[in-house]
Design a protein around this ligand. Structure first.
Ligand code: DGL
Length: 264
């Protein structure tokens, strides 16, 4: 069983990791559109166009399902893509529902500019947040610090937190990470915020993927533990991105074989 995972960069690997907990033996293909990142600073039309290009890539690979591991691309492109897609497409959304259920008081959602402006988020808040507890904060520039993986990226990410996010916390008692890049800093964010509950949509996506494939291909589902491997490709700086991906995963305690796409 083949699963495609797509993001503008390395953030979507956090979603992929969640998927491997439910479907460790699936064959995963990761596509990072680094040539066009950050998506959060683009227009919805541009992001739709890039997402269509990623879809064409996965169509050629013959994947059984596509995971859009990018809140921004989901916000801009998942609905039109689903209308034409020949495979199930699962998008990621900010985990507002769980955050509202499990926490009290104000919730601060951190996301990219395009996600915060998007009509999909407005709809989600209308549907789920009648009490107006969720406040959204755009974090332009934060994704780039994480994506670049400079040696001092965590220090720079914390400086960004102190300058741009801490002053905006207000009465927030919980945080929602509405960009998969931020999930690489989940533990740090919890510490920087003084122990606030932190939510993201990765587990929800992974469970949805599992349920969907179980329904469609019950015989090819296996939850047996297996050594992880991932076919990895990026649209710019592919070798550097692959090395950064391996390093990030190693630091997260994940040893895996990263396979270049050509060996697919
Ligand atoms: N990981 C993407 C997301 O979840 C990053 C967006 C960007 O490229 O700006 O939104």
């Amino acid at each position: 069983m083949r699963v495609g995972v797509f993001d503008s960069g390395l953030g979507g690997l956090t979603t992929w990791l969640a998927c491997t907990r439910y479907l460790p033996t699936a064959e995963y293909f990761f596509f990072a559109d680094t040539a066009h990142a950050p998506y959060g600073d683009r227009t919805a039309e541009e992001v739709c166009q890039y997402t269509r290009a990623a879809y064409a890539h996965f169509l050629e690979l013959g994947v059984d399902a596509l995971v859009i591991a990018c809140n921004t691309a989901t916000s801009a492109a998942v609905l039109p893509l689903r209308q034409q897609a020949r495979m199930p497409v699962i998008g990621i959304e900010p985990a507002i529902k769980v955050a509202l259920q499990e926490s009290e008081g104000e919730i601060l959602l951190l996301a990219t500019e395009l996600t915060v402006r998007g009509s999909k988020l407005a709809q989600l808040l209308r549907d789920r947040d009648g009490g107006g507890r969720v406040r959204a904060l755009a974090c332009p520039g934060w994704m780039e610090i994480i994506e670049e993986q400079a040696p001092d990226w965590r220090v720079r990410a914390q400086a960004y937190w102190c300058e741009h996010i801490e002053p905006a916390l207000g009465a927030a008692q919980a945080l929602v990470l509405g960009c998969t890049h931020y999930c690489w800093l989940r533990e740090e964010i919890s510490a920087w915020s003084g122990g606030m509950a932190v939510y993201d949509g990765n587990d929800g996506v992974a469970r949805q993927l599992y349920r969907l494939l179980l329904q469609r291909e019950p015989d090819s589902i296996s939850t047996a533990r297996a050594p992880l491997s991932l076919h990895f490709t990026a649209t710019a700086a592919a070798a550097r991105k692959q090395a950064a991906a391996a390093e990030l995963l190693r630091n997260a305690g994940v040893e895996l074989r990263l396979l270049p796409l050509s060996s697919a």
